[in-house]
Design a protein around this ligand. Structure first.
Ligand SMILES: CC(C)(COP(=O)(O)OP(=O)(O)OC[C@H]1O[C@@H](n2cnc3c(N)ncnc32)[C@H](O)[C@@H]1OP(=O)(O)O)[C@@H](O)C(=O)NCCC(=O)NCCS
Length: 515
């Protein structure tokens, strides 16, 4: 097949038709995806995935050069105006609740500070603070340091992606870090009536939160005043955050010997996140996120897979590689989620935090809680999870034999070898319906949004199969489903084969959710 267009998916609602310059063939599809990824890297939200190719004969009038279109409008989503704002607020509400009182460490480079649009990022940070998120900001200062070194006519020394900080460079580091810190403090203090910060008063706390030690001599190179984090003063940071301040950390640390060290902002951010047991560590990067071999954005990554990814992609930019390594390490050390977000995409931070689709790459630690399709040897674990619920008549009883036959409908979450949650999906494509069944979370693991994850997972499976509605039969969990957009319907809405099997003694209620 030859194609003239590739459809790129940015989010559930926004797709982009990208015409190819010449008639493409399946063979050069990969090359074409790379080209598109490069072109779109800066102007658009990160690519979630490539959907399909449009054959050459498909449409003679495809818009050129690009057309961002709502190719799959959500019937519930108003297209513009104040209604859209109301809709957005409503869909963001669960995230607003979930993030309140949480601690986020957010790192960004000096490049972000140097740009005119930096004030917009600061407004977004102020908004997060206003929503009750405990913020620790970590800034870099590389371009500002280099500018000062160049002005002095001093040479720039780097090895392994790190600065070799001699006495002259250290003077520039101190100057630049101070200037950047003051700039950020000034923007956070802005309260002009006609700005988004009107009436806002954000206390900012900076200080000697980081104890550092010298990096030392590596491969014969003495890094001099370049250091690494030795300790974070967790108590002081917590005290400032408890007091309602935004903590601001510079890439600088102090040693008990009274020396000053130039640190990497990535090191400072991940050490602070680990020390605080932060809920999120967020890197705002020059890159849009982490791309897979065909150029699509990887939206989820396990910490344990990071090294393999870096080995497979030796050309990955240094900043991204450092953030990936630090993120994976932070996950192992107990930081629940690490996000790598392209800072150039407008509102990427808010999108990552307040929308279902997100905007970057998220690293999580828990391989044991990976949601995965069930295998035949999981039957025992699933039965163990389901039996008590069947005894309480919450779930319909399933025999081992039936479970074995239907195991490919099941997905599960495993932790330390134990099945802690499961869900099944039965598709009825002719009726544009899929049944959500056997949703169960082990009692010890409830109320931590695992149920929501199971639901999201099943919704994604149904969507992939082109199914538009999900139904569920329940006796005791009606409200849980109603709170997640399921509407009560009559039995006649179900596929005929399902109606025929309806158990009138059980008298389950029927709910449908339109996807
Ligand atoms: C329903 C279930 C899957 C939710 O799992 P979870 O991981 O706890 O889900 P979440 O963390 O996403 O949601 C938790 C919220 O759901 C609420 N909830 C749990 N069971 C509920 C029920 N039967 N009815 C209404 N709300 C319920 C919790 O109170 C909690 O609300 P809160 O945060 O306001 O206190 C889990 O409670 C379970 O396994 N229940 C037994 C099996 C079952 O009923 N399955 C459905 C069969 S059709």
């Amino acid at each position: 097949m030859h194609f003239q267009c590739i459809v790129v998916e940015f989010s559930r609602d926004y797709h982009l038709l990208v015409p190819t310059p010449e008639r493409g063939s399946r063979k050069n599809k990969k090359e074409e995806k790379r080209r598109i990824t490069r072109i779109l890297a800066n102007g658009f939200a990160p690519i979630r995935r490539f959907l399909f190719l449009i054959p050459t004969h498909h449409d003679k009038n495809l818009p050129l050069p690009y057309d961002v279109s709502m190719s799959k409008p959500d019937p519930n989503l108003p297209s513009a105006g104040p209604d859209r704002c109301v809709h957005w607020f409503r869909q963001a509400t669960p995230y607003i609740h979930a993030h309140r009182g949480r601690t986020f460490v957010i790192a960004f480079g000096g490049e972000a500070v140097a740009e005119a649009g930096f004030s917009e990022l600061v407004h977004d940070l102020a908004l997060l603070h206003g929503l009750g998120i405990r913020l620790v900001l970590v800034h870099g200062a590389r371009p500002q340091i280099e500018e000062r070194l160049e002005r002095r006519g001093a040479a720039l020394h780097y090895a392994r992606g790190l600065r070799v900080t001699d006495a002259e460079a250290l003077a520039c580091v101190k100057e630049a870090a101070g200037a950047v810190r003051v700039e950020i403090e000034a923007l956070l203090s802005l309260g002009l009536a006609n700005s988004p910060m009107a009436g806002v008063r954000i206390p900012v706390a900076s200080g000697n939160f980081v104890t550092a030690k010298p990096l030392g001599v590596l491969d014969g190179i003495d890094y001099q005043h370049t250091g690494v984090v030795r300790r974070i003063d967790r108590a002081s940071l917590r005290w400032r955050l408890d007091d309602g301040a935004v903590a601001l950390m510079s890439p600088i640390g102090y040693s008990p010997t009274g020396e000053v060290f130039n640190l990497s902002a990535v090191d400072v951010a991940s050490s602070a996140a680990i020390a605080l047991g932060a809920d999120k560590l967020i890197f705002l990067l020059e890159e849009p996120g982490v791309a897979d071999a065909s150029g699509g954005l990887i939206s989820n990554l396990l910490g344990q897979d990071v090294e393999a990814l870096l080995t497979d992609a030796p050309d990955i930019p240094e900043e991204l590689a450092q953030s990936l390594r630090a993120g994976a390490h932070a996950c192992i050390q107990g930081v629940e989620r690490v996000h790598l977000i392209g800072r150039r995409t407008l509102g990427a931070l808010l999108r990552e935090l307040f929308t279902h689709d997100g905007a970057g790459t998220m690293i999580t630690a828990s391989p044991y809680e990976e949601l995965r399709p069930a295998r035949i040897d999981d039957v025992g674990g699933i039965l163990e999870l389901l039996r008590p619920l069947e005894q309480q008549d919450i779930l319909v009883r399933r025999s081992r034999e039936r479970l074995e036959t239907e195991i490919d409908r099941f997905s599960l979450m495993e932790r330390d070898g134990m099945v802690i949650a499961c869900v099944a999906i039965y598709c009825f494509p002719a009726a544009d319906l899929a049944e959500l069944a056997c949703v169960a979370v082990h009692p010890d693991y409830r109320s931590r949004a695992r149920g929501d994850k199971l639901l999201e997972y099943v919704v994604a499976i149904a969507r992939r199969q082109g199914i538009g509605r999900l139904f569920v039969l329940t006796t005791q969990t009606a409200h849980w489903f109603r709170e997640r957009g399921f509407e009560p319907v009559g039995l006649e809405e179900l596929p005929l084969e399902k109606q025929a099997l309806y158990n009138y003694r059980r008298n389950s209620k029927v709910f449908i959710k339109t996807l």
